[in-house]
Design a protein. Structure first.
Length: 72
């Protein structure tokens, strides 16, 4: 389990606790989309609507992102 610091919306310091495999995929998404880690986590945070904690929301985002890449 990794604990990574991020800045949400350019002003709010927080951290996510996430498994290495999810973190590696999160960085891969950043590279594919050509955005920073902070920008992607800000998007995820904005979309979660307070339903999940941020770390869980990141995991769900990664799963959905990968599922959407599977043809069919």
């Amino acid at each position: 389990m990794l604990k990574k610091s991020v800045i949400i919306a350019g002003r709010h310091n927080t951290s996510i606790s996430i498994e290495r495999e999810f973190y590696d995929e999160l960085l891969a998404v950043c590279r594919e989309r050509n955005i920073s880690l902070n920008a992607l986590v800000t998007e995820i945070d904005s979309a979660r609507g307070g339903e999940n904690n941020l770390s869980a929301a990141v995991r769900i985002y990664i799963l959905q992102y990968l599922k959407n890449k599977i043809p069919g």
